[in-house]
Design a protein around this ligand. Sequence first.
Ligand code: ATP
Ligand code: MG
Length: 158
Amino acid sequence: EFVDFNKFFSAIIERFEFSKSQSVQFQRQFADESLFVEIDPDKMTQVIDNIISNALKYSPDGGTVRFGIEKAEDDILVSIADEGMGIPQDMVKRIFDRFYRADRARSRAMGGTGLGLAIAKEMIQAHGGTIWAESEEGKGTTIFFTLPLEQHEDGEWD
Ligand code: ATP
Ligand code: MG
């Protein structure tokens, strides 16, 4: 299915905006133009839900979660950044492994299975994209993923 990713992502963010109980601020920085991607909307919703849930789970009160969409050559680059405690450098890559949890004690208290990001990685790769994380302890974590940009036929008959 072809979707305008700005609209698609906004709808998910708004759903979290209404349901979140914490005093966490949301900020969006989206490309001005419509960027179309071909995705399975249910699967992509599952991916983004998990990334946002993680960002909220680790956000301090009064923290900000920043959502970005930009065009990068033939891809869109999506980012979700939090101001949480971050992940130690040697563990950043491993958060996409099945059942991996950066801090067992903390993660047990936080709930979850440690499968969310492993599933996200599979789904993003199945869509022709890549996913990675950048994190600084004490400062926060940003999850990035790309998806191939699709040329949309809108306006072709004008
Ligand atoms: P599930 O998503 O299955 O409910 P989970 O959230 O623990 O469980 P993942 O989403 O795969 O599992 O994340 C794996 C681990 O990566 C987490 O347990 C946590 O240690 C770390 N992690 C993920 N996102 C963040 C984040 N935004 N800030 C800090 N640590 C994170
Ligand atoms: Mg998770």
